[in-house]
Design a protein around this ligand. Structure first.
Ligand SMILES: *Cc1c(COP(=O)(O)O)cnc(C)c1O
Length: 428
């Protein structure tokens, strides 16, 4: 349960901020209780305003692959800040970051920096529409691409029917430019492209889905999308906001060998500051202003402080090569949780990819949004609250990814495995 100071702050916050938070999932609505207000983070640990410490597996929803307040990243951002926080003019470091991104993700031949993943995804879709001269977008249920109007769309009544708004305030007309099909369902994607032949600008996908909990692509799914989109003259957009620099130094495209036309990055690439990017084929990116007619701009785009944090994070990731060890540790934690769930008869499915995983409270395999929805959110809420009590901070909602960072040591993970074991055993 949240401490006294958190509860007092939440009352104050609720009087001036909708729901007391600046992003809805922080409000703990999915797990109940008062949200915990944080004061500081260091390495794998968070400290709240009441002084309680937590081993953090949420990591700001993904950006903090090096843990909180990594010394070198703090120093780089601090140096940039002292030189001036923003100029609204071009700087050398932006060039270096774009070069580093292109080197790590070669399909991003030209790169544009933005301030949020939402903005980058929105811009990629606008660009795809301009390039193809078509209006429609195919997305997958359970994938999230930021709160862009035409992407806040739920599936209609059939796999190839037009979408319906997934948020109030999204015009029906805009939702009808989106077709939502089940993740991992190549047949449905093919049917949608056939049904809307000549009308679809882009297929946008999280190559490993992480916003309905972690859901891995079936073998052949991404390759199939590449083949289908090429055949229909549709751009393939990989939203690698979570997977970018999370699964390897680069994107998941480096692992699966599928080359998208456009890629969206965010989270890790900004080193914990507000920065994201989109980029891709030169002939497509050439349409972006000032080279071309697709308008896209930002007062704080390529902000020097965020760029410095991002550059330093990429430099460290390249030097430290933490990926193999991160993956081994995450796989071993996932295996510990599965073993414990089997031993105490808890109905749990753990999906894991690289250093991300989700503990789904269902015994069924989770391969798409429909199967993810079978998970018991109430049981997850109890799991979350019990972990919180014992100083482990998991994402405060069932359908989210938990992350590990390079700052999570063996001892931290043993501690987490033991706490999770106790919680699962007590709950059964
Ligand atoms: C977080 C996320 C976004 C949105 O990024 P913001 O910076 O929150 O706007 C887009 N796509 C994916 C896959 C994400 O996980």
């Amino acid at each position: 349960m949240a401490g006294l100071v958190s509860r007092r702050l939440f009352r104050r916050a609720s009087a001036v901020i909708p729901g007391g938070v600046n992003s809805p999932v922080r409000a703990f609505r999915a797990v109940g209780g008062t949200p915990v207000f944080m004061r500081s983070g260091r390495g794998a640990w968070l400290q709240d305003v009441d002084g309680k410490r937590y081993l953090d597996f949420c990591l700001s929803w993904g950006p903090l692959i090096l843990g909180h307040a990594r010394r070198e990243v703090v120093a780089a951002a601090g140096r940039a800040l002292r030189r001036g926080s923003t100029f609204g003019a071009a700087t050398e470091a932006e060039v270096a970051l774009a070069e580093a991104i292109r080197q790590a993700v070669p399909s991003m031949e030209l790169v544009r920096l933005t301030s949020s993943g939402t903005e980058a995804a929105m811009s990629a879709v606008r660009l795809a529409r301009a390039f193809t001269g078509r209006d429609m977008v195919v997305k997958f249920s359970g994938c999230y691409h930021g709160h862009v109007d035409s992407l806040l769309v739920a599936a209609g009544s059939g796999a190839t029917t037009l979408g319906v708004p997934d948020s109030a305030g999204v015009p029906e007309a805009w939702a009808r430019t989106t077709v939502t099909v089940p993740y991992n369902d190549l047949q449905a994607a093919a049917a949608a492209l056939r049904r809307w032949r000549g009308r679809v600008a882009a297929v946008i996908v999280e190559p490993v889905a992480a916003n309905m909990g972690v859901v891995l692509p079936r073998p052949g799914f991404l390759e199939g999308l590449r083949e289908l989109t090429a055949r229909h003259g549709v751009l393939l957009v990989f939203d690698e906001v979570i997977t970018g620099f999370r699964v390897c130094y680069g994107g998941y495209q480096r692992i699966c060998g599928v080359k998208p036309d456009l890629t969206v990055l965010g989270k890790i690439v900004g080193g914990g500051l507000p920065l994201a990017a989109y980029g891709g084929r030169k002939d497509v990116m050439r349409l972006v202003a000032p080279l071309g007619p697709v308008y896209q701009a930002g007062t704080l785009s390529g902000n020097p402080v965020a760029v410095a944090a991002g550059l330093e994070t990429l430099r460290l990731l390249k030097a430290l090569k933490p990926y193999r060890r991160l993956e081994e540790r995450t796989r071993s934690l996932a295996e510990d949780i599965r073993r414990c769930a089997r031993a105490c008869g808890a109905p749990v499915t753990v999906n894991q990819a690289a250093s991300m995983m989700t503990v789904f409270f269902t015994e069924h395999p989770v391969t798409d949004y429909a199967s993810a929805k079978l998970a018991d959110a109430g049981r997850y809420a109890a799991f979350f609250q019990a972990l919180l009590e014992s100083g482990i901070y998991f994402p405060p909602a069932q359908w989210e990814a938990a992350f590990l960072s390079a700052a999570h040591g063996e001892r931290d993970l043993d501690r987490a495995a033991r706490a999770i074991g106790r919680v699962l055993t007590a709950g059964s």
